[in-house]
Design a protein around this ligand. Structure first.
Ligand code: 5AD
Ligand code: SF4
Length: 348
């Protein structure tokens, strides 16, 4: 396939996703990088990722911290989270992501509300207060509203797959695609920048499914997307079912290609170079940025807990990786929220 033949409709996207020609894939990534520079500029925004707890009420069939997996559980204390957010402020990251397993007990909800307020009052010197993204799963509209009122302004909730049938195959019966979608619309109505995303290279997933994921992001008009390759975790039902999935090399190439295609489809949104890319290639994140991504989320969770937040087999990442990016000539947007231009707040 030649780049000049690419069309951004379902058929064209699926053909591009299915095409394994290395020259085509490289040309596509280069084109996406050019489009990114023209639409959002060279700057990369940082989000300090804090994994507050690996306790989860859900049981997703692919996830290494699913409810039924035996692993050591942890929950950071209020003080630990705040100290970690202070690290993000001191490093001038501009924003933090508070990520954790899904829980809807009152104590947890209130704790997050208090945390968001406290993070908002962290001293950031001459920079604006830290931007806060939450990634804490499906919650009721009221809870989303409570956290928004406390000061969170972005929320990440992946659709995981936009195909309801595939969603059903990778989740237990009591999980619901419709509920997930409803939650995404609630977030949007409340005024969050609602980010979503899907896994790439899942068992049973077709090129058309992946094309539909991209078109779903466009239809939802998402200001930010975080998607990444599926990485099998050895003790999960999806891995144990022995359902086939693409090779490591293919999943990595697909991960980059999806970023590139999305950049062409939605030139001015924020696209994260997901941690899952790094697991498949030591330079995964840089390659993600060179394929059209403009956000990275260095993990600043205290190391002792970070190793327990084991969604899939991965090496641990940390803030010092950011220095490597600078050496690679990547421009870092220090001390800025880095909101998506697409959202139209005009903030920086
Ligand atoms: N491989 C890749 N991504 C995964 N996630 C969970 N398990 C895996 C896995 N095995 C992703 C999900 C979730 C996010 C927090 O991590 O997409 O939304
Ligand atoms: Fe819980 Fe998220 Fe893992 Fe599902 S993917 S089990 S909701 S942490």
């Amino acid at each position: 396939m030649d780049l000049s033949e690419l069309t951004l409709d379902r058929e064209g996207l699926a053909a591009a996703i299915a095409c394994e020609d290395a020259a085509f894939e490289a040309a596509l990534r280069e084109e996406a990088y050019r489009v990114k520079l023209a639409a959002v500029g060279p700057e990369v925004y940082l989000r300090g990722l804090i994994e507050v707890s690996n306790i989860c009420a859900k049981n997703c069939l692919y996830c290494g911290i699913r409810r039924d997996i035996r692993c050591q559980r942890y929950e950071l204390s209020q003080e630990e989270v705040l100290a970690t957010a202070q690290v993000a402020a001191d490093l001038r990251f501009g924003s933090v992501v508070i990520q954790g397993g899904e829980r809807s007990d009152k104590a947890f909800i209130r704790k997050i509300t208090r945390l968001v307020r406290a993070i908002k009052s962290i001293d950031t010197g001459d920079d604006p207060p830290l931007g806060i993204t939450l990634s804490l799963g499906e919650q009721s509209r009221d809870v989303y509203e409570e956290w928004f009122d406390a000061g969170a302004h972005r929320y990440l909730l992946r659709i995981e797959s936009s195909n309801p049938d595939l969603y059903r195959r990778i989740h237990p019966d009591n999980h619901s695609y419709d509920r997930r979608l409803q939650a995404l619309y609630h977030l949007k109505e409340i005024g969050y920048q609602a980010g979503t995303g899907a896994m790439i290279g899942l068992p049973f997933q077709t090129a058309e499914d992946m094309a539909d994921d991209l078109l779903f992001y466009k239809r939802f008009d998402a200001p930010m997307i975080g998607m990444g390759p599926y990485n099998p975790h050895p003790d999960t039902p999806l891995t144990l079912s022995a359902a086939p999935y693409p090779s490591t090399v293919r999943r990595f190439a697909l991960g980059l290609k999806m970023i590139a295609l999305l950049r062409l489809l939605m030139p001015d949104i924020n696209i994260a170079a997901a941690t899952a890319l790094e697991v498949l290639d030591p330079h995964g994140r840089e390659k993600g940025l060179l394929s059209g991504a403009n956000v990275i989320m260095p993990n600043i969770t205290p190391r002792e807990q970070m190793v327990k937040y084991n969604l899939y087999d991965r090496k641990t990442l940390n803030a010092s990786d950011v220095e490597d990016l600078k050496e690679a000539g990547i421009v870092i947007g220090y001390g800025r929220w880095g909101d998506s231009r697409h959202f139209g707040h005009g903030r920086s």
